[in-house]
Each structure stands twice: as C-alpha cells, then as structure tokens.
Design a protein around this ligand. Structure first.
Ligand code: HAM
Length: 398
C-alpha cells in the first residue's frame, strides 16, 4: 500500500518528507479544533512539557514551513507516509493508531492547485484498482458556510461549533442536529435539501471534467470537515455503497501558516490525508483490487538474481561475486546456510527471480541459468558480470 502511495505521489512530482511523531500538545490545542484535542494521546514528559503523539500531520507541516519557508522553492509539493495516533473509540474503520498518506501543496492560491490535488487523490485510489463505482469524492466549500454564518449574523466565536455540528449531521439523526442547531436549523436544512452550489465548486468540477475525472466527484455542501483550520474548498472520500467511514479528507487551509508564525509568513496551502484502515477494508472487499495489490506485492519483493551455492567450498567465491553484483545495483539473494540445490532453486522461483547463478563443481566456471526459459550456459567467473549485464539489457528490467 505504501509503495503504491509513494509511486503515485511521485508521478505528480511530490517530494517525500516527514516530521516528528511527538509534538507539543499546544500545537493541536491551538490549531486542530476540539474534536482532535479530545482524541489526543498526550502526556507530561520528564521535563514537565505537555506533549502529544501526533494525531495528524498538518499542524507540523505548517510549523515547519513557517520556520523554514525560505529554504524551499514555491509551490512546495510534499508528501509523507507515517503513523498517527488518536484516542478514539475503536470501531470499524477507526483505530487508535493508523497510517496516513499526506499530500500537501504550499504557496499556491490558484484553483488549479485544488484541481491537481483532487486529481492526485483520485489517481491514488485508482492505483488500487478502484473506480468511480467504488468511491466518490464529495466536494464542498467552507467559504460557502462562513458566508452563510455571516449572513445569519452568528458571532465568529460560534462558527467552529456550528461547523462541527454540520460536519457530524450525516452521522446523526436529523432531530439531534436540529436540536443542536437551534434557530439555525431551518436555514441549514433548507440548504441541505436544495443542495448548495458555488461558482468555485462548479469550476473545480469543470477542471476535473477536463481530465476525464468528473465521474469521481459530487458537490455536497454537507461536507464541512471536522478540523478547525480549513478555509476554502474541502473534500472527503467515501465508498459509493456508503457503508464505511471516510477513506480520505482534505482541503484548503490558507490561514494556518500565518497563524503559526504570528503573521510572519503568509502562505496559502492545501492538502489531504488518506488512511490505511478504510482503504484496506475496501481493497479486501474487492477481488480485482486484492489481486492487483497481490501482484504489486510480488513485484515489489522480486529480486533480480538468485545465487545458488551448490558446493559449500565455493561459498566464499560466490559471496565475492554477490558483493560485486550488489555494488552494481542488482538485487541479489542467496541462502545464508547450506541447503540442497533443489531447495535453493525453489526459493529462487518463489521470489520471482528469472535469473540464477550456480557456483559448484564447474568453478572457475559459473552456471548461468534463465529460469523462465530454462536455458543455461557455463561462463568463466570473470565474465559473469558481463553476462548478467547482457541478460538484463535484453530483458530490459535493470
Ligand atoms: P482527517 O479527515 O482527520 O484529516 O483524517 C484523514 C484520514 O485519515 C481519514 O479520512 C481516515 O481515512 C484516516 N483516519 C483518521 N483517523 C483515523 C483513525 N482513528 N483510524 C483510522 N483511520 C483514521 C486529517 O488528518 C487532515 N490533517 C488531512 C489534511 C492534510 N488536510 C490537509 N492536509
């Protein structure tokens, strides 16, 4: 899963980075919003500092960019694969530790960046053999809601609370949401029923349509996202059947870097994170995805050359050549202890190798064997590197 995540992020020109797993608790208190703060794995360390295992990466990213922004060319396109911790009630799709792929673009306010980011999110899921029948990206706009709250003359201190209620509304009975919203319930539900739109959202969908990706997205203003820092377009990815929790979520957070640097660095930003837990369930449920992932795993664990040591007296000679081959960048494996020759060939087949070198009675000649065609020949030991190079040049894999 991680290899696929990395592959698609690289395809989009994103650069890999990571941050610390432990951060000051204040970072999340100030920036993530109440829901995440309730879920922190936090403690006081031996130096009496309040620290927390990271529940998400975005505040760390904003902190790092605010401190080091001059060292990097904009826009930054960064991705990271790492472990996160949330003290949530364990349930299907939500665990106390999980992995996320985070992809963020910093320093670009144009909607082209939002389109690129959502396209990346779609392509990551497509890389697992999932298509528009399997998942949907629900896109919304925080500005749509903040404009609405302004019209309703709601004091800004209450905005986050109301946005949280709207965010939870899909997972709660309507009466409960109505009760929590009070006076605002009427106008909010009328928007839900009519379906809100905005010019920005239309342009977003149009941009994705130009890439042939419109079938993967729906405008749905009920999405507001639980995290406090979002300011613009936001989105969440769900399974089409609507059985599972969100697969991924993200959006624009144009103010966060400014807030973390007390106004010293103002930089627009946007990103998303995809978790491994729900994605894992979705893959397990679909035979085609399971198969695709299985092939990917086999491919990733394949090695180029298996060295068969047929006579223990030749082990030192074989290892000398193993070292040389590895120095040249080939992936080479062999049995660490004495094994029957047949067993060694079996291992070579099991790890998907197409090429074996056998060191035995023929020494100082080495038996070179193409495991796919069963062809074999004897070459002098000093010509082994050349014959390996020729094989991989012809078969084009190294
Ligand atoms: P989030 O929606 O809180 O966003 O989490 C993103 C994804 O992480 C979720 O859609 C889900 O797949 C996964 N996830 C979250 N909590 C859990 C859990 N307890 N167990 C399993 N999976 C979980 C964020 O974290 C934002 N920081 C994303 C972001 C990046 N926004 C901008 N850049």
């Amino acid at each position: 899963m991680f290899a696929r995540w990395r592959q698609v992020a690289r395809r989009y020109g994103f650069v890999e980075w990571d941050g610390p797993v432990l951060e000051s608790t204040d970072l999340y208190r100030k920036k993530s919003g109440v829901e995440i703060v309730d879920q922190l794995f936090n403690f006081t360390d031996k130096g009496d500092r309040e620290v927390s295992m990271r529940p998400e990466l975005t505040p760390t990213l904003a902190r790092v960019v605010a401190a080091r922004e001059r060292a990097f060319k904009k826009p930054l396109k960064w991705f990271s694969i790492g472990q996160f911790f949330r003290y949530e009630k364990q349930q299907r799709g939500r665990l106390r530790e999980h992995y996320q792929l985070n992809c963020d673009i910093v320093g670009e306010s144009d909607l082209a960046a939002d389109i690129e980011l959502i396209a990346l999110c779609i392509d990551v899921l497509r890389a697992f053999g999932l298509n528009e029948k399997d998942f949907v990206i629900r896109i919304s706009d925080r500005e749509f809601w903040t404009d609405f709250l302004q019209q309703q003359k709601l004091p800004t201190e209450r905005w986050e609370e109301v946005l949280q209620i709207i965010d939870k509304s899909g997972r709660e009975p309507r009466e409960k949401t109505e009760e929590k919203l009070g006076k605002l319930a009427g106008p909010v539900f009328s928007i839900f029923d009519k379906g809100g739109r905005s010019e920005k959202l239309d342009r977003l969908v149009e941009g994705l349509g130009a890439r042939g990706l419109a079938g993967f997205v729906d405008i749905d203003v009920r999405i507001v996202r639980g995290l406090a820092y979002y300011t613009g377009a936001v989105f969440e990815v769900f399974d089409r059947a609507g059985k599972l929790r969100a697969i991924a979520g993200g959006g624009r957070y144009d103010q966060l870097i400014g807030q973390l640097s007390d106004g010293a660095v103002l930089m627009p930003a946007l990103g998303f994170a995809m978790g491994d837990v729900v994605l894992g369930e979705l893959i397990r449920d679909r035979a085609a995805s399971r198969e695709k992932l299985g092939i990917g795993i086999e491919d990733q664990n394949k090695i180029d050359i298996y060295v068969v040591i047929a006579k223990e007296q030749r082990r030192a000679d074989a290892l000398e050549q193993v070292q040389e081959l590895r120095d040249r960048g080939y992936q080479v494996d062999y049995s660490l202890t004495a094994e029957k020759v047949a067993k060694q060939f079996q291992t070579a087949e099991n790890v998907g190798t197409r090429f074996a070198l056998l060191y035995g009675d023929e020494w100082p000649q080495v038996k070179v064997k193409n495991l796919a065609t069963r062809e074999e020949s004897l070459v002098p030991s000093e010509a082994v590197l050349d014959s390996v190079a020729k094989f991989f040049k012809v078969s084009g894999s190294v």
